[in-house]
Design a protein around this ligand. Structure first.
Ligand code: NAD
Ligand code: UGA
Length: 478
């Protein structure tokens, strides 16, 4: 058909839209890419001359932005004009779980996707390929198509025409750039072979052809939900085993190594931790649960819902365990929390296990000193729905009773450990594996506890330091 893509527009400048378009721009200098978003504050940060201010922290992203921004990659809030000139439009907006109405608590809220489809229907000109990049319930392409087809019929312009493709994104935060540059696969679902080829041709500039998979549109949509459900299922599986290890004298790392050497199981995604977080696992599984029920498959729905239930139970299990070890009460006790992001190498805190665990401890009256190298304390305030108590920062006494249920952010872990009763590692930031435990131990109030929920501290580092040590899934105390 010979249709040539010159201008791309991506609607949504978030954790997916930003890095994905940056990598496409970097590999396709002949394409002009406009990333648009209604959130002007976010757009301004994408355009900031200080690359440390980009709205998203991803290793390697700043370098690509520096290379491409202003050359063939542009960030703005001008949706209409950029939609009008685009040959291909990626929809990369958020699809959170619905919080009211039909399917509340499970189904995805497609409000933002529908808004985008309507905007595209109104402003697009000529032939436009619309690509679903957001993770969507099966058969969403039909909704988008309906809206676009209505526009085709209404249009006075004879040549207005659309094709819809599904091209779900599999990047993981913290390794987004690597995942985009060296993907395991690129999945493209659609009906029109020419449109599929247009998108394949873009990816084939840096991805091997045999890794670009073509499927029908519904398989593509469902494959994305299924991939996340399988990954999350592994984490709930290993976390359930960690509890059993602690109860029986086994060690979850040894169990994981033993089963991971079986090729059929594989060694990845077997790290027990505080429970999975992130914006997608829970939302995508709940979406699968909703769809299964909708299509009359309650047993399937129940199976997948169990993964989310286990994850929730596991997060609260950790906070209960901390309280139990600290003589059944954390009221007025100082606890240092290391890590608030849902995983290392990201500033994202959405659904982070730290939120539930910290909230539980605050409810019990603990005084939390929270450290994270990338998360803004303002974000922690939002997540915990409690203001940071700045007064705490300068407080020198080891008696924290008057601050029960308060928290503050910290930059220096060593000095913050002064007078603390416990240190809890919730995110696997590399710097937490390099802490000077000799110095920290001198400062903590005894008997003191170290809770390593991410298996990043070696037991030997704490020997003879008069510290009690608990590690996830370690049954050695049994
Ligand atoms: P995000 O919340 O970080 O970004 C979405 C952006 O879309 C926001 O900046 C928002 O302002 C913008 N937006 C919403 N409605 C808009 C509209 N009508 N017009 C213009 N802009 C609009 O979300 P995200 O993490 O980038 O996720 C986006 C989608 O990608 C979701 O469906 C998610 O499930 C999927 N996904 C996310 C990841 C991830 O690691 N975060 C990975 C793969 C897939
Ligand atoms: C996940 C998937 O890995 C991506 O393929 C997918 O594109 C993305 O969701 C999405 O659709 O949003 P992400 O949530 O960014 O990516 O990060 P993961 O590395 O999958 O980690 C998710 C959670 O599981 C984190 O809280 C992490 O700490 C936890 N996890 C992961 C473990 O507890 N143990 C592990 O072995 C692996």
């Amino acid at each position: 058909m010979g249709f040539k893509i010159k201008n791309i527009c991506c609607i949504g400048a978030g954790y997916v839209g930003g890095p994905t378009m940056a990598v496409i721009a970097d590999n396709c200098p002949h394409l002009k890419i406009n990333v648009v978003d209604i959130n002007l504050e976010r757009i301004n940060l994408w355009n900031s001359s200080n690359l440390n201010e980009l709205p998203i922290y991803e290793p390697g992203l700043d370098k690509i932005i520096e290379r491409c921004r202003g050359k063939n990659l542009f960030f703005s809030n001008e949706l209409e004009t950029n939609i009008a000139i685009a040959d291909m439009i990626f929809i990369s907006v958020n699809t959170p779980t619905k919080n009211k109405g039909l399917g509340a608590g499970k189904a995805s809220d497609l409000k933002w996707v529908e808004l985008c489809a309507r905007k595209v229907a109104k402003y697009a000109r000529g032939y436009t390929i619309v690509v679903e990049k957001s993770t969507l319930p099966v058969r969403t392409a039909e909704v988008i198509k309906n809206i676009l087809e209505a526009a085709e019929l209404e249009s006075n312009e004879k040549d207005i025409k659309f094709d819809v493709l599904s091209n779900p994104e599999f990047l993981a935060e913290g390794s987004a750039i690597k995942d985009l540059e060296f993907p395991d696969r690129v999945l493209i679902g659609g009906e029109n072979e020419d449109a599929i080829l247009c998108l394949s041709n873009i990816y084939s500039l840096w991805v091997e052809k045999n890794k670009i998979l073509h499927t029908n549109i519904w398989s593509s949509e469902l494959a994305k939900l299924t991939a996340n459900a399988f990954l999350a299922q592994r984490i709930s599986s290993i976390n359930s085993i960690s509890a059993l290890c602690e109860a029986t004298g086994a060690d979850v790392r040894e169990v994981a190594r033993a089963i991971g050497t079986d090729n059929r199981i594989g060694s990845k995604f077997l790290d027990s931790g505080p429970g999975f977080g992130g914006s997608c696992f829970k939302k995508d599984i709940l979406n699968l649960v909703y769809l299964s029920n909708y299509f009359g498959l309650p047993e399937v729905a129940e199976f997948w819902e169990g993964i989310v239930k286990l994850n929730n139970w596991h997060q609260h299990r950790i906070s209960k365990l901390i309280v139990k070890k600290l003589f059944g009460t954390v009221s007025g006790k100082k606890i240092c929390i290391l890590g608030f992001a849902f995983k290392a190498n990201t500033n994202d805190t959405r659904e982070s296990a730290a939120i539930n665990i910290c909230n539980d401890l605050l409810e019990e009256g603990a005084v939390l000193f929270i450290h994270d190298p990338k998360v803004d304390p303002k974000q922690i305030e939002k997540d915990l729905d409690r203001k940071e108590n700045i007064q705490l920062k300068g407080y020198k006494d080891s008696n924290f009773y008057e601050f029960e249920g308060n928290w503050c952010s910290i930059n220096d872990i060593n000095s913050a450990s002064q007078g603390s009763d416990a240190i809890v590692v919730l995110t696997e930031w590399k710097e937490y594996s390099l802490l000077d435990w000799v110095e920290i131990s001198k400062k903590m109030r005894k008997p003191a506890w170290v809770f390593d929920v991410r298996s990043i501290i070696t037991r030997e580092k704490l020997t003879n330091l008069n510290l009690n040590f608990w590690q996830i899934g370690d049954g050695s105390e049994y």
